[in-house]
Ligand binder design. Structure first.
Ligand SMILES: [Zn+2]
Length: 308
């Protein structure tokens, strides 16, 4: 059984501390030099393979699992307004329930404050349950088991190819608000100032490779990304600016950052439609091979100083 198969068969859900500990123990046996760096407000545990201080590029992916949403989730990175409107639409039932309970409590108690605080507590409770405290999503193939497996693959490939100046970080607590990567950023602030951070999140469900580079990454590595990530018969590449692309993941906030994800496309709209739900089960081996090949080429060139 390959490591990829093992993770997908036995370590798919990583939400509770115990589930994460089991995953970390398995990873430690696969990568004996792996370091667990713990800290931040949620006691996040980030897993580091390689030396961040001496690395020229840091490659990352979050390993934590989100809460399962009962409704289809839709993200359209190039259509921010539509994405927000859709989020408001799926939040409607919560608003309806809140207002209904407020009216009911007011009728029953004839007391404005009881109705107000009762309805507010209910709304906050529902939000907490849906976003944080609820059941772990049992299907996490795309978000973000795919990113975790990509990092494992790249660790092996870089070793084989003798590309040494790369460090790999598996972030904790992305789903709760990028807590793991924030902790890492504060801890390695100076070290990250001049190096590229390349983040993989949701890369196995869609033929359109979306690469989002911030300004500094574009200036230093834009040409290299363009030359390495080229279209194939089945895979199309979209290299976009972070200033007008909405992809909230762990790359946000790092000085030189690039995010890699895979999207589906309908008309002109790039989208993700199954993450955070039971239907997050799509596994595309071709995406993995494509991205591993192209990323290795990029890392070899970047670490060889080709674009410095
Ligand atoms: Zn994710």
């Amino acid at each position: 059984m390959t490591l990829s198969e093992k993770i997908r068969a036995s370590y798919l859900v990583r939400k509770t501390r115990a589930q994460k500990t089991a995953f970390i123990d398995m990873m430690q046996s696969e990568f004996p030099n792996m370091i667990v760096e713990e800290g931040g407000p949620l006691k996040s545990r980030n897993l580091i393979v390689g030396d961040v201080a001496s690395a020229k590029v840091v490659v990352t992916a979050h390993y934590d699992t989100c809460t399962m949403l009962p409704v289809p989730n839709l993200i359209m990175p190039k259509n921010f307004i539509l994405t927000v409107l859709y989020s408001l639409l799926i939040a409607m039932p919560i608003l309806v329930i809140t207002v209904g309970v407020e009216i009911l409590l007011r009728a029953l108690t004839d007391h404005f404050l009881i109705a107000y605080w009762g309805a507010l507590a209910l709304m906050l409770g529902l939000c907490y349950f849906l976003l944080i405290g609820g059941k772990a999503n049992p299907s996490t193939v795309n978000d973000n088991t795919s990113g975790v497996i990509m990092l494992c693959e790249l660790i092996a490939r870089c070793r084989e190819a003798g590309v040494n100046d790369v460090a790999f970080v598996f972030f904790d607590h992305e789903e709760l608000g990028l807590f793991g990567s924030s902790f890492f950023r504060s801890k390695h602030k100076k070290q990250m100032k001049e190096k590229l951070l390349l983040n993989f999140d949701c890369i196995s469900d869609g033929d359109h490779m979306l690469l989002v580079l911030n300004k500094a990454a574009r200036e230093r590595y834009g040409a290299l990304f363009k030359s390495c990530f080229t279209d194939t018969e089945k895979k199309t590449v979209h290299i976009e600016h972070s200033s007008h692309t909405f992809y909230p993941s762990d790359q946000a906030g790092f000085p030189i950052s690039a995010a890699v994800s895979a999207m589906k496309k309908k008309g002109r709209i790039l989208y993700l439609d199954r993450i955070h739900t039971r239907k997050d089960t799509a596994w595309d081996e071709e995406n993995m091979t494509y991205l591993a090949d192209k990323t290795l080429a990029l890392l070899a060139a970047a670490c060889g100083g080709a674009e410095e």
